[in-house]
Design a protein around this ligand. Structure first.
Ligand code: NAD
Ligand code: DAU
Length: 333
């Protein structure tokens, strides 16, 4: 099988490539990635000799057409992925998440190639802290931020191309990922690297917001379950029952770093900050027999903290630029 992985140099995409090399060595992999600010490509260094890498934009129709024509399956991770950035400048989110996905859809339609579209639980909006409900595949779309609304738009485009043109596609909407190679702009790596630098962790607002954490390898094993056994045209929610408040996560990080559990500060809240995400992954588990392998969040988090300690050469070049971007944008400091 020849697969095209868009965004394969980013956090989840690179881990997907590593996972696929470990578990599916028969699969030929081409990565298409623009190497935006979000990736310098080095997350692929360990598999460099085993894959084909193309630097380019998913909105480049001629390039996408050529690569899709040579593939049996497209796994579409490429996106602008950070909510905070989308509040400063939404334009790249429209361009990549909407126009880029449209460009891919037109190519898979032309060449009758299967697509697996990677999306997020944020398309469903948020839940109250005391609401017993969790998101299911039937929850109405209600995105809050420029990021999540462009991801919602991309999902709707995929569904429309399935229905109108018979495109062979599956979709997954996953909760918050953690693990190696996550950009230091994101919550967990930002606080781990702040801690290593002796800077207090930054909690937006009161730190009561809840995210449903899943290890990136569990996300990627679920993506393969859907590629292998998922029904065409269907959406599957991916989650590992990992609900934690941001404050709980910060204290767990500080414990893993061997620092005082109160070594954090409260900073200005994110505008429009979603309160809580929670995934009901019954469909994925019962229909496809998937289960996560990282049952213990604290253990997965400790391994992630250790990875950032041991791989400073990977994250150090992006740390100062990221903090400078937060400061310049007057985002929560
Ligand atoms: P990331 O920002 O770490 O990686 C995105 C990658 O896409 C980068 O390598 C970047 O260079 C590339 N890219 C961006 N614009 C491009 C373009 N126009 N053309 C080609 N490549 C481009 O993001 P991530 O956290 O790995 O997220 C990957 C996907 O998973 C996204 O679609 C995101 O919406 C989705 N997702 C993320 C999470 C999470 O917790 N991080 C959870 C659920 C779903
Ligand atoms: O739910 C899936 C989504 O998870 C993905 O679609 C997104 O691509 C991914 O970035 C993530 O979005 P969030 O906005 O939930 O993740 P982020 O890491 O930015 O923030 C997690 C929580 O931590 C959120 O409530 C905001 C808070 N936060 C974030 C940062 C960067 C802080 O309290 N302090 C911080 O410094």
């Amino acid at each position: 099988m020849r697969i095209l992985v868009t965004g394969g140099a980013g956090f989840i995409g690179a881990n997907f490539v590593h996972w696929t090399r470990r578990h599916r060595p028969d699969v030929e992999i081409t990565v298409l990635d623009a190497l935006t600010y979000a990736s310098d490509g080095t997350a692929l260094d360990p598999v460099r000799g085993d894959i084909t890498f193309e630097q380019g934009d998913i909105a480049d129709a001629a390039l996408v057409d050529r690569l899709v024509a040579a593939s049996d399956l497209v796994v579409h991770f490429a996106a602008e992925s950070h909510n905070d950035n989308s509040l400063v400048d939404p334009h790249p989110f429209l361009q990549t998440n909407v126009i880029g996905t449209y460009t891919i859809l037109e190519a898979v339609r032309r060449h009758d190639v299967r697509l697996h579209h990677i999306s997020t639980d944020e398309v469903y909006g948020d839940l109250e802290l005391d609401d017993p409900a969790r998101f299911t595949e039937d929850t109405p779309y209600n995105p809050s931020s420029p990021y999540s609304s462009t991801k919602a738009a991309s999902d709707l485009l995929v569904r429309a191309w399935v229905r109108s043109f018979g495109v062979k596609a599956t979709l997954t909407n996953c909760s918050n990922n953690y693990g190696p190679y996550q950009h230091v702009e994101k919550f967990i790596p930002r606080q781990i690297t702040n801690g290593i630098d002796g800077v207090p962790a930054k909690l937006y607002g009161e730190g009561l917001n809840v995210r449903d954490w899943i290890h990136v390898d569990d996300h990627n094993s679920a993506v393969w379950a859907v590629i292998d056994k998922g029904r065409l045209g269907e959406t599957y929610l991916i989650g590992a029952d990992g609900e934690k408040s941001n404050k709980e996560v910060v204290t767990a990080i500080l414990r893993a770093l061997g620092q005082p559990e109160d070594a954090y500060e409260h900073v200005t809240d994110r505008p429009g900050h979603d309160m809580r995400y929670a995934i009901d992954s019954t469909k994925l588990r019962t229909e496809l027999g998937w289960a996560p392998s990282y049952a213990d969040f604290d253990e997965g988090l400790r391994a992630t903290v250790q990875w950032y300690r041991e791989n400073e050469a990977w994250w150090r070049p992006m740390k100062d630029a990221t903090e400078a971007r937060y400061a310049a944008a007057s985002l929560p400091a």
